[in-house]
Write a protein that binds this ligand. Structure first.
Ligand SMILES: [Zn+2]
Length: 731
């Protein structure tokens, strides 16, 4: 079932895209089954199913590929609507089957539903992320509520739920494989956690709460947007001391000579606070930014937050949970708020110590300059940058000369060959259709056997209508239960396209992101699950697979062969590599404290109950909790409560912001296994085990059990503390 399948794990309410730090990881992982019979739908839908090209079965090699070269926007709305109608008919057939419910006629049957919608959704995803336009956004606005209603109809289908529950209750007696047991569990949980088990009154209240929450989430983000758009800070040439020319050029106010403005957004605020010499202006910019949504005016978010939290709590109480966080973490790797909190508090103590050292370094530098100030929050970035220049002398432009996009792509193929045993062959004969001439395709092969594994699409360059950032997605996921389905994976980024024949030079951050997103693609490609529903991502686990790949960028093999100077062809000199490594832990105190301030508050809000929740005063609560934690005065939360869109604009990261740190703990812990192996990052034995135990099973195995099998124990935060420079390196 296409729409549900992509999030068969995680609550249905955490709808839509599982975003990662750099973009989306798991959007609609589609199954382009080639053998679906057209279900019994009405005559009009049936005609669309037969005739609309976006619903047609995919043609071409290895189970077919999307006809990206023939997609027409005028066909998408009709295709999506017919796809939804067809899926509902299929679901109804499963729900009303007179035969006794079995794993086969309920759970497996559900895996076969929604194929036409899955195909249409692949094209829909391209228009929404890679080729958006005003015309498409009109269609999107019309379809978004229909897609949400479609999911709700399936989840609230009582007969269907009764049959799922009946199979679930027999699970001990059924002769199921471990993957089938888990699929049954995750399917049942998905319905149960979304209120399928409630009586009529409970369901009605559940739906009413969701409706009110949807409005509050929208209000929250609109208020935030209003404070970002409506509060620029203007400044003149005389106040511009210290700011780079590129920043000034981008900040000019049209039509007014010598006048500039800082927008009230992170991308505008951050460099301003880093470079501007004018301290009073830094303070003004800082105050505006960190008070978004908190100005006691019509865009104030404080009361909205309290109402959101109360409604969320009421909703999970209907399901018998103690706190919202307990409900949300049921099917996460951490499993309980206590486990997530324990990790955060361990790292917190160390990060605060480091932040205090950072402040002391800055104060020393300010004193040496005779600045006559005490470091305040609006001084942090400014003096950090001075310490950085003083201590590390890293020239980002010099580094770029060694980071050519094409070479980095070859480096990724090399790493995938060593790590996963994959080979990549470019498809240059036009046999695989693409949606834009920039998109290139490679065939992915098993290097040892020569067997076909899938295709990898790369859409590298920025263009109008393409969303910002970088992301990975799959057009079709692996499964074998109805014959083998081959993976179609893609990576998407926004590099600036150079003039023909010139290389693209990128920053080290961008190079790491490029590897990161490729890690998601390798995770799709290495899947060996039987059922498509086993491919889903787990929010606090799925970034581990991508973060790990970043570790190969600065390995010796990659440096020597791929990080070569654009003009001389010489590999990056050891001296520069060492400088980069030394700077690696710089400012980790600040980064970790500002992140954890938000992550801990997220968990505190979502474990509030009773009187404290009923009488919540957001500003007082935030201040008291941070004071009790010992939050350094010089550092604010990365996202203060009234601007914490991750958790209040939707439920996407509610009680889940910790997940970035959780995944990073796994990354550091697993990386040490490579570092300690005889072959280092290219150790064949470790690579084989990690692919087999942690990549290939996707969500067919409980992530915590899989990790224990790999490591012989649970992950601990020790390696992360060392990586961030909070503990001495291992001998
Ligand atoms: Zn990611």
């Amino acid at each position: 079932m296409s729409i549900l399948k992509s999030r068969v794990v995680g609550s249905v309410l955490a709808l839509g895209l599982a975003a990662c730090a750099n973009g989306m990881e798991e959007d609609a992982a589609m199954d382009g089954q080639a053998t679906s019979a057209i279900p019994a739908v009405d005559a009009e839908t049936s005609k669309v199913l037969r005739e609309n090209p976006l619903l047609a079965e995919w043609q071409g090699p290895y189970g077919g590929v999307p006809a990206f070269d023939r997609m027409q926007l005028g066909q998408i709305q009709q295709a999506m609507e017919a796809g939804m109608a067809a899926e509902l008919v299929e679901i109804e057939a499963i729900a009303s089957n007179p035969a006794a419910p079995t794993f086969e006629n309920v759970i497996v049957a559900m895996q076969r539903t929604g194929e036409p919608l899955g195909r249409a959704s692949t094209y829909y995803g391209i228009w929404s992320s890679n080729l958006s336009s005003p015309e498409f956004r009109v269609i999107q606005n019309e379809l978004a509520p229909k897609l949400a209603a479609h999911s709700t109809k399936i989840i609230q289908n009582e007969q269907l739920y009764e049959r799922i529950k009946a199979v679930y209750e027999q699970r001990e007696e059924l002769d199921l494989t471990p993957e089938e047991q888990r699929l049954l569990q995750t399917t049942y949980e998905q319905f149960f956690l979304s209120g399928a088990d409630l009586d009529a009154a409970g369901k009605a209240r559940y739906a009413a709460i969701n409706e009110e929450l949807a409005q509050l989430h929208t209000q929250f983000s609109n208020n935030l947007l209003a404070d970002e758009e409506g509060w620029a800070t203007r400044f003149t040439e005389e106040q511009a001391e210290g700011l780079p020319a590129s920043y000034l050029a981008a900040s000019k106010v049209e039509g007014e000579d010598g006048v500039y403005e800082v927008k009230n957004t992170r991308s505008s605020m951050d460099p301003f606070l880093t470079y501007a010499d004018d301290r009073a202006l830094r303070e003004e910019v800082w105050r505006k930014y960190y008070n978004r949504g908190n100005n006691a005016d019509e865009h104030d978010n404080n009361e909205i937050i309290a109402r959101i939290l109360q409604l969320r709590n009421e909703r999970i109480q209907l399901l018998g949970y103690d706190t919202y966080a307990d409900w949300q973490l049921t099917n996460r790797m951490a499993k309980t708020p206590a486990a997530a909190t324990e990790l955060m508090e361990t790292v917190w103590a160390k990060a605060v110590e480091r932040a205090e050292e950072e402040v002391a370094d800055m104060q020393k530098l300010a004193d040496a300059e005779g600045a006559g100030i005490t470091i305040e929050p609006w001084d942090y970035r400014y003096y950090m940058e001075k310490v950085r220049q003083d201590r590390y002398e890293l020239d980002s432009d010099e580094i770029k000369q060694y980071l050519q996009l094409d070479k980095l792509r070859e480096a990724m193929f090399f790493v995938a060959g060593e790590f996963f045993g994959f080979g990549f062959a470019p498809v240059t004969d036009g046999s695989i259709p693409v949606f834009h001439e920039d998109v290139k395709v490679w065939q992915v092969l098993d290097k040892a056997s020569g067997d076909h594994i899938g295709y990898w699409y790369l859409d590298p360059f920025a263009r109008a209508g393409k969303r910002s950032g970088a992301w990975a997605t799959s057009y079709r996921s692996h499964s074998t239960f109805d014959g083998k389905e081959y993976v179609l994976a893609s990576n998407n980024s926004n590099f600036v396209e150079p003039p023909p024949g010139e290389p693209v030079l990128i920053s080290l951050d961008d190079a790491e992101t490029f590897f990161h997103e490729f890690g998601h693609a390798l995770h799709y490609l290495s899947s060996n699950v039987v059922y498509p529903g086993s491919n889903g991502g787990v929010r606090d686990y799925t970034e581990f697979h991508s973060q790990l790949l970043e570790r190969w960028v600065l390995t010796e093999e990659v440096i020597d062969n791929y990080l070569t100077h654009v003009e001389t062809g010489e590999p990056m000199p050891d001296e520069l590599v060492q400088k980069i490594r030394r700077a690696g832990t710089f400012m980790q105190g600040f980064d970790t404290v500002e992140f954890l301030g938000s992550a801990i508050m997220d968990m505190r809000y979502h474990t509030l109950t009773g009187e404290r929740l009923a009488n919540l005063d957001v500003q007082a609560f935030e201040a008291a909790e941070l004071a009790a934690l010992g939050m350094p005065e010089e550092i604010p939360m990365r996202h203060r409560s009234t601007q914490f869109g991750h958790i209040f604009s939707s439920e996407g990261y509610a009680a889940g912001y910790y997940g970035y740190l959780w995944a990073d703990v796994l990354t550091s812990d697993a990386a040490e296994v490579f570092e300690e192996a005889p072959g280092g990052y290219y150790d064949k034995d470790v690579a084989e085990r990690i692919v087999r135990l942690l990549y290939a099973p996707r969500n067919a195995v409980d992530p915590a059990e899989a990790y224990r099998e790999f490591r012989g124990r649970d992950a601990t935060s020790d390696a992360l503390l060392r990586d961030r420079g909070f503990a001495p390196p291992k001998e």
